[in-house]
Ligand binder design. Sequence first.
Ligand SMILES: Nc1ncnc2c1ncn2[C@@H]1O[C@H](COP(=O)(O)OP(=O)(O)OP(=O)(O)O)[C@@H](O)[C@H]1O
Ligand SMILES: [Mg+2]
Length: 271
Amino acid sequence: MTSPQFDRYLMIEDVQQTFKTKKGPFIALKNINLNIRKGEFVSLIGHSGCGKSTLLNLIAGLTMPSAGRLICAGREIAGPGPSRAVVFQNHSLLPWLSCFENVYLGVERVFAAGESKKQLQERTAAAMALVGLTESQHKMPHEVSGGMKQRVGIARALAMEPQVLLLDEPFGALDALTRANLQDELMKIMAATQSTAVMVTHDVDEAVLLSDRIVMMTNGPAAQIGEVLAVELPRPRDRVELANNQHYQDYRTAVIDFLYRKQGKPALAAA
Ligand SMILES: Nc1ncnc2c1ncn2[C@@H]1O[C@H](COP(=O)(O)OP(=O)(O)OP(=O)(O)O)[C@@H](O)[C@H]1O
Ligand SMILES: [Mg+2]
């Protein structure tokens, strides 16, 4: 349980990300170092524009760091792969495919070699049911709401049963009730599959409820990891019970204190 392969399943080493802009190079991230255990749930929290999506894209392998390196399961991350599925901040569905077909495409990519078409369809249908979209599954993306599109993105990522689930504000566009239901489902799935997750969120309660650790980022440019908070609340966690739990409140206060007292408001012009 304490082998390096387990404790340092995902390694982010001295990562820097610089973007070329019209005004010259823009350093988005600087000196990012983080080791994530296998099966751990880590949240990234920080003000808008600090570089959370930039860091998630690096873990996904969608972009390469300007300096440093990222390693997953002992191998350097050199590009995107189905073992690291992403739920994007702006749901990214193919507009010419139905919601079902969008999910099926991901399922096919991972499981087509070993399973029949019927099995692939069953996997897809199960994922649609999980996010409550069975009745709307054959609609086209333009025929469903923003929150429903986001749920299709979540279904697609979960159906691929990735080793690492990367979530960029996955529940941001959802109403409070749907968000709570999906957070509870996600906690159950993570417990059952033991997969590793990195989630970007703006929501302090969501971060405390779901995370083993909360990584708090400083404001950009040249954003860094400010503090890391280990959330040692026992699992399974129950949102109703936790509302009156003093430890839960203390974790919440620590994150709010970092965001609004230590980091204050970022200059909007910089975002
Ligand atoms: N391709 C790019 N070219 C130039 N600058 C970029 C690029 N991508 C991101 N940035 C800049 O890097 C910084 C971090 O952006 P990023 O999207 O990672 O922020 P974020 O923390 O995800 O914000 P939000 O919470 O609003 O989604 C911002 O200042 C942004 O303008
Ligand atoms: Mg973002």
